[in-house]
Design a protein around this ligand. Structure first.
Ligand SMILES: [Zn+2]
Length: 85
């Protein structure tokens, strides 16, 4: 789990761009991301105390942004924009 406000997301964004993980929306705020080895992760995006929180069930340390999280975030932002959030 990491916050978009405090985590260093640049590297994770670059990793996500390089690896193109597949992202599928399960419901708004919950996404299934398929990694490079066909493993799937569940990523949740939500707001808590004004911070944008991303939760991924991969082994990345808390507070560190992972590529699955960032891949899900880009879809989440697109969905949120469509919904007018
Ligand atoms: Zn992850």
């Amino acid at each position: 789990m990491f916050s978009l406000e405090t985590a260093n997301i640049e590297k994770a964004i670059n990793n996500a761009k390089a690896l193109h993980p597949k992202v599928k929306m399960i419901e708004f705020g919950t996404y299934e991301v398929t990694g490079s080895k066909d493993n799937t992760y569940i990523v949740r995006c939500y707001r808590k105390a004004g911070e944008k929180i991303v939760e991924c069930n991969c082994a990345t340390r808390p507070g560190v942004a992972c590529k699955h999280g960032m891949a899900a975030v880009s879809l989440h932002i697109a969905m949120a924009t469509q919904r007018g959030h």
